[in-house]
Design a protein around this ligand. Structure first.
Ligand SMILES: NC(=O)c1ccc[n+]([C@@H]2O[C@H](COP(=O)([O-])OP(=O)(O)OC[C@H]3O[C@@H](n4cnc5c(N)ncnc54)[C@H](O)[C@@H]3O)[C@@H](O)[C@H]2O)c1
Length: 273
């Protein structure tokens, strides 16, 4: 057992887990022996597929359809988790969307959609999770009653690369999420820890779409934006969902029980703050 081992009794729920980073987290928690993984996504089929993958690893899983912009869905996600597994130890507010569009061309609807999923969705998810966690005993004496992990981004940090001109609502949403993480951490201490993960350039469908949109705008070859951006990563390779999962496992483990309100970059050294 390593210092950062998770409890074998751990019940973890992840939003937006039908693909990409969320899927990577679901599989990592299963591999590390979590008691149960609740795989939630707006896309029911995608969630079911990942739950099958967790079963394939010998883990317990429940697939749930939930749109994080709907308070009733977030409450049902928590209620069904507790109904199935008795408690909720870790909630990962991972669901998020991205849009690449020059600032002057943005419509009010673009702004509303981004903030609705990335900020309001995380708020509704963490609020529903906290209501349950505050009511349950800790897994062991002296430990928090639950842990919440939000999925922010280095895009939520100050400082601007060239892409800042094209993803203003996304950057604002992730900065707001870092702030929300701090408010939640203060509100729920010492019972629940709340920390944000700030990934860098993760090889998922989200980035594939960004590359398509960015290269189309610039009139350059598809794949070129991803290649240019990832060439600047000090650690010398693009980030994988597993890299993000390693930090999530730490934040879910007793090794991080004294840490709350933090936003941690895990980006191969792109952003050093
Ligand atoms: N890929 C990156 O480089 C990167 C970097 C930093 C942060 N992030 C963040 O990590 C998270 C996951 O990103 P990803 O790269 O895996 O993206 P992705 O697009 O591959 O997956 C996102 C998942 O969220 C789901 N989703 C979208 N809207 C939803 C809603 N309203 N309710 C529930 N589920 C919804 C989608 O169906 C999808 O399965 C996001 O919050 C993203 O902003 C990604």
């Amino acid at each position: 057992m390593t210092l950062a081992s998770i409890s074998p009794a751990l019940v973890v729920a992840i939003t937006g887990a039908g693909q990409g980073i969320g899927r990577g987290l679901a599989l990592a928690f299963a591999r590390q022996g979590a008691h149960a993984v609740v795989v939630s996504d707006i896309n029911e089929q995608a969630a079911a597929k990942v739950a099958d993958e967790v079963h394939g690893l010998g883990g317990q899983a429940l697939a749930l359809q939930a749109d994080v912009t709907r308070a009733a869905d977030c409450a049902a996600l928590v209620a069904q988790t507790v109904q199935a597994f008795g408690r909720l130890d870790v909630m990962v507010c991972n669901a998020g969307i991205m849009q690449l569009r020059p600032l002057l061309e943005l419509e009010a609807e673009d702004w509303d959609r981004m903030l609705a999923v990335n900020v309001k969705g995380s708020f509704l998810t963490l609020q529903a999770a906290a209501r349950q966690m505050l009511e349950q005993p800790p897994l062991a004496a002296g430990r928090p009653r639950g842990k919440i992990i939000t999925m922010a981004s280095i895009a939520g940090r100050s400082g601007a690369g060239p892409i800042a001109a094209l993803i203003a609502p996304y950057r604002a949403s992730k900065a707001a999420l870092i702030s929300l993480t701090q408010s939640a951490a203060i509100t729920f201490a010492p019972h629940i820890t709340v920390n944000a993960i700030c990934p860098g350039l993760v090889e998922t469908d989200m980035w594939k779409q960004m590359d398509r949109d960015w290269t189309a705008l610039q009139g350059i070859e598809e794949g070129a934006a991803w290649k240019q951006r990832t060439a600047t990563i000090p650690m010398g390779r693009p980030q994988q969902p597993e890299d993000v999962a390693n930090l999530a496992l730490f934040l879910a483990s007793p090794a991080s029980d004294y840490m709350t309100g933090q936003s941690i970059n895990i980006d191969g050294g792109l952003m050093m703050n």
